[in-house]
Design a protein around this ligand. Structure first.
Ligand SMILES: CC(C)(COP(=O)(O)OP(=O)(O)OC[C@H]1O[C@@H](n2cnc3c(N)ncnc32)[C@H](O)[C@@H]1OP(=O)(O)O)[C@@H](O)C(=O)NCCC(=O)NCCS
Length: 169
């Protein structure tokens, strides 16, 4: 198993470390989401809540002990083998160096997930590439279907397409 994972994982060029978030990371996660100017910025409260209650299914990347990126996710209550990735962000200073890819690899390996899901809007090429590449490294199917369409939103939010990757095991 360890050898299989080593073959599918990518490694960042940076001296990054990966760990579960703690309450102390909540503010940094909110700031990174805000600074991304792409992610839906949720309340600062929600990031603290996530760090408390969903640490097991989330990752923080640190460089020199400072948060440089994060993945927040949860295991779907009605489908325990499926990791739903909620948000991914990497500090702009550290992008393009496989930090996001490695965080996803770490999380999927930690949870031994059968499927990984996320939703992506059509204008987010970086995110599409991140998840397509995750599927390609494992040579597993990726399905893409509209999940939350524009008419469902009260505020004209773009359609979020569900990317479902797997089975991984
Ligand atoms: C998306 C994001 C997390 C990627 O982080 P990153 O650490 O730079 O990504 P990685 O270096 O791990 O690259 C992973 C893959 O995505 C591709 N990629 C990264 N940025 C890209 C971009 N701007 N456009 C197209 N592809 C991109 C990489 O080439 C790589 O593909 P490969 O494996 O085929 O070589 C980062 O750009 C970000 O924080 N963006 C703002 C927030 C956001 O859009 N989050 C995703 C929605 S939840």
């Amino acid at each position: 198993m360890v050898q299989e994972l080593a073959e599918t994982q990518t490694r960042p060029r940076l001296e990054a470390k990966f760990r579960k978030p703690t309450l102390n990371d909540g503010a940094a996660l909110w700031r990174m989401a805000k600074d991304s100017q792409v992610l839906d910025l949720n309340s600062s409260y929600s990031y603290l809540l996530w760090c408390r209650d969903f640490a097991e299914t989330s990752v923080v990347a640190t460089i020199d002990d400072e948060p440089a990126g994060f993945v927040t996710g949860y295991v779907r209550p009605d489908e325990p083998g499926t990791l739903m990735v909620w948000q991914v962000a990497v500090n702009s200073a550290f992008r393009g160096q496989k930090l996001a890819a490695t965080m996803l690899d770490e999380l999927a390996a930690r949870l031994d997930s059968d499927f990984v899901e996320t939703t992506i809007t059509d204008d987010n090429a970086a995110s599409m590439r991140l998840f397509s590449s995750f599927a390609e490294r494992r040579n597993v199917p990726l399905e893409r279907d509209p999940l939350f369409t524009r008419s469902m939103y009260p505020d004209g939010h773009d359609t979020e397409f569900l990317f479902r990757i797997g089975p991984l095991n």
